[in-house]
Write a new protein. Structure first.
Length: 229
């Protein structure tokens, strides 16, 4: 089975943290280094869109009831990647704007994000439903061969609550962002930022840990060992 959700997870975490930072600078009217941010959103966007689309259309996660991962991991990654690429293109094309008055540039950027917030809200709704599905069907339990996570595989509800909570936090941020933009309630943007910071940190740490646990899982399978840590 081909597994690359480690890179998807850490890129998602970095993307969430980066966009939260960028959005915080926008609402405070701080000067934006548009070329640097365009590069950041371009790199994370290309990775997530490419890997998300590949997961969505080829279903590399297969067998033993694990097919749901193609939906839960691939499709949100593709959508988020496309949004990050939009931000990259906008920032690169409007370099002159961001080189001028910081408050004007921030106001125009927030205005430009308003139509996009419809899709952000739609992705948030999807992430919320996925969070419910994780818990309702107790999905995400690690196999016993996987170090660390596999020690809790006999408690499927535990990892289901973790994954459902993680997807749910990101969903809350997306819905708050869309609501703030579409109802002209900018005070909600600060709560969206907080949600995405929490989700970004957890995604980043979870993805980094999976580099270790997934290598350990394959090692255990290949060598008939059962390393738990």
């Amino acid at each position: 089975m081909v597994v690359y959700n480690e890179l998807v997870a850490i890129t998602t975490g970095a993307g969430l943290l980066g966009f939260a930072w960028f959005l915080a600078d926008l609402i405070r009217g701080r000067r934006i280094e548009s070329e640097g941010w365009a590069g950041f959103f371009g790199v994370t966007g290309i990775l997530l869109l490419t890997l998300g689309l590949h997961t969505t259309v080829t279903w590399p996660f297969g067998g033993k009831g694990f097919e749901y991962a193609n939906i839960a991991f691939g499709q949100p990654a593709a959508g988020f990647g496309a949004l990050l690429l939009f931000a990259a293109v906008y920032l690169w094309r409007h370099r002159a704007l961001f080189a001028g008055d910081a408050e004007e540039a921030s106001a125009r950027a927030l205005s430009a994000l308003r139509p996009v917030s419809v899709f952000v809200g739609a992705l948030g709704l999807a992430m919320g439903v996925l969070a419910i599905a994780f818990v309702r069907f107790q999905l995400g339990a690690a196999p016993p061969e996987e170090p660390i996570s596999g020690r809790f595989g006999h408690l499927p509800l535990l990892e289901a609550l973790f994954l459902g909570g993680l997807w749910g936090v990101v969903a809350v941020g997306a819905v708050l962002f869309a609501t703030a933009q579409l109802t002209n309630r900018p005070q909600l943007l600060r709560w969206a930022i907080r949600a995405w910071v929490v989700g970004g940190v957890v995604f980043l740490l979870f993805g980094a840990m999976n580099f270790y646990t997934h290598i350990g899982m394959y090692y255990n399978i290949a060598h008939g060992t059962m390393h738990k840590w």
